[in-house]
Design a protein around this ligand. Structure first.
Ligand SMILES: Cc1ncc(COP(=O)(O)O)c(C=O)c1O
Length: 393
């Protein structure tokens, strides 16, 4: 039996102070900024009606982030907004719908000079930062953990970044990026927070809420269940925090999914001792985007109250999700979803079909009235593995 562990966290309540960071009010500027970017379009929110029927639920919605800014993943939302906040902060101007044209005007570029943004990434965030740095006319340096797929490295270089695969794990690559920023006077745009480094990751999380805002505009009924994948937890905190602030008591039951090789949020929730719990060493999961061992502090403040269930699962569930979305039932649209994008679909399918998970299914209230929302956070960012998985089954 593939590994599947969970921790139920219903006894914790959302912290209003933490939720305020990613509330609809606090994130209006991010939405205004994104919608003004060239190439902006809301990503598709598809309804898999045949699959919902097959699984015995009322609705299954999937937000397909493979269409975001031509980057095959959602991450550009965070990097672009954080860079805009940084540049506008330097100029003391607001980040709004006019910011992009102001920031890219020749006289502004001259005033700001050439800036180098630096980050660490297992792929998608670095591609997003490299893209944003390029469109704003600046430079970027990107460090990747050992074992990163060459295709992901090349995609980052194609955005003009100086990028390399290090021999470090993800969390140590983050420390390298931070150290290089300090030594070289570069600007660190990291998608995770720690004590003393909170402003940029908060902006990144606020940037991610644009996808939740798009969903809320399209849905006429709120979801009853929300499944989110997590690495450091920034996107899960941002999206669940946005919906918790928006829907209040009607907020969806929220399930956070991680690979069993990098389940720092699951461990932190389960320990329930007020401390963060890390995973160290090599993290060998094909869910590369989720292979992070240290939770984002800002996001954890949200997730500790909004995450109702934390799941730690084997790669098998990501593979099942990739198949479910990539080989749809008759009449349903196809969603090309990579390893980190698809794990929530695999977990949902497991919950609704595996006898050993029936008890959890009941505790989560998953049944024929449920309206489930998933975010496919990436497309086939490692095409070789994508084809391998789809052809195996
Ligand atoms: C495709 C994809 N999904 C989800 C995540 C998880 O995001 P976070 O690290 O904010 O939890 C990542 C992170 O890189 C990712 O690339």
């Amino acid at each position: 039996m593939p590994q599947f562990q969970y921790y139920l966290n219903f006894h914790h309540q959302p912290d209003p102070k933490a939720l305020a960071l990613t509330s609809p009010e606090a994130t209006q500027a991010a939405h205004a900024f994104h919608t003004s970017l060239p190439g902006y379009a809301p990503t598709p929110l598809v309804s898999l009606d045949a699959q919902a029927k097959h699984l015995g639920i009322a609705k299954l919605w999937v937000k397909d982030e493979s269409h975001r800014f031509g980057l095959n993943a959602f991450k550009g939302l965070g990097g672009s907004y954080a860079i805009a906040e940084y540049l506008c902060g330097r100029l003391d101007i607001p980040v709004d719908g006019k910011a992009f044209s102001l920031l890219t005007a020749p006289e502004t570029r001259e005033k700001l000079g050439q800036i180098t943004f630096v980050t660490a990434t297992d792929g998608n965030h670095g591609r997003g930062v490299a893209w944003a740095a390029r469109v704003f006319g600046h430079k970027s340096v990107v460090y990747m953990p050992k074992g990163s797929a060459l295709e992901r490295l090349e995609n980052i270089r194609a955005q003009g970044a100086q990028a390399e695969i290090t021999d470090l794990n993800y969390d140590d690559a983050v420390r390298l990026a931070s150290q290089m920023a300090e030594e070289r006077g570069w600007v660190l745009i990291q998608d995770t927070a720690w004590d003393g480094y909170e402003a940029v990751p908060t902006h990144i999380m606020q940037g991610y809420t644009t996808l939740a805002w798009e969903i809320a505009q399209e849905l006429d009924q709120p979801p009853t269940h929300l499944f989110l994948q997590a690495g450091v937890g920034s996107v899960a905190g941002a999206v669940s925090g946005y919906f918790a602030a928006l829907y209040g008591d009607q907020r969806p039951v929220t399930v956070i999914c991680e690979p069993d090789q990098a389940d720092c949020l699951y461990r932190t929730a389960k320990a329930d001792d007020g401390n963060l719990h890390f995973v160290t060493g090599d993290m060998n999961s094909m869910m590369a985007g989720l292979c992070c061992g240290e939770p984002c502090t800002v996001s954890w403040d949200i997730l500790q109250g909004v995450g109702d269930c934390f799941v730690s699962c084997a790669d098998h569930y990501a593979a099942r999700g990739m198949i479910l979305l990539g080989k749809p039932l008759d009449g349903d649209p196809r969603v090309i979803s990579g390893e980190s994008g698809a794990v929530t679909a695999g977990v949902l399918e497991g919950l609704l079909t595996e006898a050993r998970l029936a008890d959890l299914r009941d505790k989560l209230g998953l049944n024929e009235t449920s309206r489930v929302l998933l975010i496919s956070t990436e497309g086939d960012t490692d095409r070789e593995n994508y084809h391998r998985i789809l052809n195996i089954f």
